[in-house]
Design a protein around this ligand. Structure first.
Ligand SMILES: NC(=O)c1ccc[n+]([C@@H]2O[C@H](COP(=O)([O-])OP(=O)(O)OC[C@H]3O[C@@H](n4cnc5c(N)ncnc54)[C@H](O)[C@@H]3O)[C@@H](O)[C@H]2O)c1
Length: 363
């Protein structure tokens, strides 16, 4: 059965339709999209698995005209070169200011297609059809779009909201296990930040070892609801509220940089980062040992490898580069209890001590 979330923003609002039924998508789609020309952007892997399904569905609608573009799969797909190719391909295909871009894929496709839509002819309509857990529970909601440049990740980007998000968990049947787990890290994050009951639900689900399609629909709904609530209150990361979603991310970004984005997927780095944040919270007596244990237990139950060794001095400088430290203090999201987090500045020396214990060579 369809689940619907409305994201209410100051200037506009849009729906997230969670449904395995294409008719429910088409009804919502035709309500918000007032064109018959579509530019579907996907990547090479998703092209093989799901592009035909979507283009057939669209072409069956009377008068619909569908053009497609396929980018390389993986993080390298979010490049300036690919963005430039998309502009060329769109112009060649007669995509104009009234056409609509459809992103069919994971976070990489969503980010570049969203940035393309934000900038092509000064902005055209855009619909997200995410196909990874990460994109279904995080990146397709909230309007952050970006590409990578030679100097780093997400360097060029825009806040640009979609007209509609359609989440069909059937797409997950082809997603490799490692990418399923990767996305689940952000789902567990929502439980740590907002909801003890959701934590218990997830824990039971991991214990059973099999994730049913009902489980997927439920955790996607919960995750999108939380993300939508935060985005509604702090769309452009101005009030600081949206920053709570960075639980585990300060450590994760440093780990991804230290390993050249090769060793860990983002969610895998976030899982380790959340445990580090819990360790820091314990050291600062923000949380009790039981809470640290609850954080560790669910991450292990979900199958994450939480063991990591880093050069602690270098790692601290990476953390400080990512999150500018103020008077020798770095801002972290800390956990008080499952479902309760706070933003707090932590002294460099404390971060370094916990880092040595957590990931130092002589731990
Ligand atoms: N905009 C945001 O708010 C936001 C938030 C978090 C992450 N991101 C971005 O998202 C990106 C990561 O997203 P991701 O984890 O979805 O990675 P991804 O888009 O690279 O997808 C992971 C892999 O799965 C493949 N794939 C996608 N759907 C599939 C399916 N249904 N079946 C089989 N294979 C499939 C892809 O081709 C790729 O190889 C990063 O670039 C990150 O910066 C953006």
């Amino acid at each position: 059965m369809k689940k619907l979330i409305t994201v209410n923003l100051k200037a506009n609002k849009y729906a997230i339709v969670i449904s395995q039924h294409e008719n429910e998508f088409l009804t919502a789609f035709k309500e918000v999209v007032k064109t018959n020309t579509f530019f579907v952007i996907t990547d090479k892997n998703v092209e093989k698995l799901h592009l035909k399904y979507l283009t057939d569905l669209l072409k069956k609608q009377k008068g619909f005209n569908v053009k497609t573009a396929v980018i390389s799969a993986g993080e390298s797909g979010k490049s300036i070169k690919n963005l430039s190719l998309l502009y060329d391909k769109a112009l060649e295909g007669g995509i104009d200011r009234k056409s609509c871009v459809i992103a069919l894929g994971g976070g990489v496709v969503g980010d570049i297609a969203g940035f393309f839509a934000a900038t092509y002819m000064r902005g055209i309509d855009f619909v997200q059809i995410p196909t990874t857990i990460l994109a279904m529970t995080d990146s397709s909601v909230g309007g952050k779009t970006a590409i990578n440049t030679n100097s780093g990740k997400n360097i060029a980007g825009a806040f640009y909201q979609p007209k509609l998000v359609w989440i069909n968990s059937c797409f997950l049947s082809t997603l490799p296990v490692r990418h399923i787990r990767n996305g689940l890290s952000e789902v567990i994050k929502y439980a740590f930040i907002f909801d003890k009951e959701f934590y218990a639900y997830l824990f039971d689900m991991f214990k059973k070892d099999v994730i049913s399609s009902d489980n997927f629909d439920y955790i996607i709904y919960q995750s999108c609801s939380y993300k939508a609530k935060v985005v509604e209150k702090d769309e452009k990361e101005i009030t600081g509220l949206r920053a709570i979603l960075n639980f585990g991310h300060t450590f994760a970004h440093a780990l991804e940089t230290a390993t050249n984005y090769k060793k860990f997927l983002h969610g895998e780095a976030v899982a380790i980062g959340m445990l580090f944040a819990a360790d820091l919270s314990l050291e600062l007596k923000v949380c009790k040992p039981d809470t640290y244990k609850e954080v560790e237990d669910i991450l292990l139950e979900a199958g994450f490898n939480l063991n990591v060794t880093v050069n602690t001095a270098q790692f601290l400088s990476l953390i400080k580069k990512d999150k500018k430290s103020v008077n020798g203090n770095i801002k972290f999201v800390l956990i008080k209890d499952i479902g309760k987090t706070i933003n707090s500045y932590v002294e460099d020396s404390i971060v370094l001590n916990v880092l040595k214990k957590f990931a130092g060579e002589n731990k």
